[in-house]
Design a protein around this ligand. Structure first.
Ligand SMILES: Nc1ncnc2c1ncn2[C@@H]1O[C@H](COP(=O)(O)OP(=O)(O)OP(=O)(O)O)[C@@H](O)[C@H]1O
Ligand SMILES: [Mg+2]
Length: 236
């Protein structure tokens, strides 16, 4: 469904990604893990059209989307939930959700999607008219994911959904992503620091170090990998 072939990207003269190749098949739950500052967010931004690929090719659903504009990529069915959620803090929960559906013109479909995300996150339903800026950190995360779902994506890219959350909320967020993948058959590409849980819940994982994919495999196999154990799981 999504494939990167030898993708390089960066910021001006600063190259961050060096020939990154990876694949996410339809229905898969795939993750990208690695140390801080190695290019995980840059990789997601490059896929989503927010950073220009200087080399390589990105295909999605059989179409070359390399350096498409962001709205055009969203229209293809790719939704990117950024780390900070990019919420409109002066707007209500409902208004933020409606904006997430900006590519859809069918009002009925938009209402159905809103009902679906309210079922998924009942706390948001209770706060429909509350300003996004007054939500707690956990509720903002929920709203970010919910808004990402409002464009009815085929694939959801999620950057560090567990960051800054208390352990019980981290579990809730991971449970929600797992249920979206297993029950709703949503394809997910997840970037996470919480490597142990990520390896437990995802199908496959890529490890990125210094802008290059250095390891990949079934997540369950990587739990037993010596490099992963030493560098990411704190085991020796
Ligand atoms: N807009 C920008 N301009 C210049 N450099 C940037 C920009 N955004 C990110 N960088 C740099 O690119 C490198 C990779 O950043 P990126 O955000 O992709 O890392 P990351 O793997 O997501 O890290 P983290 O785990 O801390 O989120 C970092 O050195 C960062 O400082
Ligand atoms: Mg990041």
């Amino acid at each position: 469904m999504l494939e990167l072939k030898n993708v390089s990207a960066g910021y001006g003269p600063l190259q961050i990604l060096w020939g990154v190749s990876l694949k996410v098949e339809k229905g898969e739950f795939v993750s990208l893990v690695g140390p801080n500052g190695v290019g995980k967010t840059t990789c997601l931004k490059t896929i989503a059209g927010m950073v220009t690929a200087t080399e390589g090719e990105i295909t999605f659903d059989g179409k070359d989307i390399t350096n498409f504009y962001v709205p055009d990529i969203t229209r293809q069915g790719l939704s990117f939930v950024t780390e900070d959620g990019c919420l409109f803090t002066g707007m209500t929960v409902h208004e933020n959700l409606q904006l997430g559906a900006y590519i859809l013109s069918d009002k009925k479909k938009v209402n159905e999607l809103e009902s679906f995300v309210f079922e998924l996150f009942p706390r948001l339903a209770e706060r429909k008219k509350q300003l996004a800026g007054t939500l707690s950190g956990g509720e903002r995360k929920m709203l970010s994911i919910a808004r990402g779902l409002m464009s009815a994506p085929k694939i959801l890219l999620v950057d560090e959904p567990s960051l800054g959350l208390a352990p019980n909320l981290v579990d809730d967020v991971f449970d929600t992503l797992l249920s979206l993948n297993k029950d709703q058959e949503l394809t997910i590409f997840l970037v996470e620091q919480n490597v142990h849980t990520t390896l437990e819940i995802t199908d496959r994982t890529y490890v990125i170090e210094q802008g290059r994919i250095c390891l990949q495999g079934n997540s369950s196999d990587l739990l037993d990998n010596d490099h992963v154990k030493t560098c990411y799981l704190g085991l020796s």
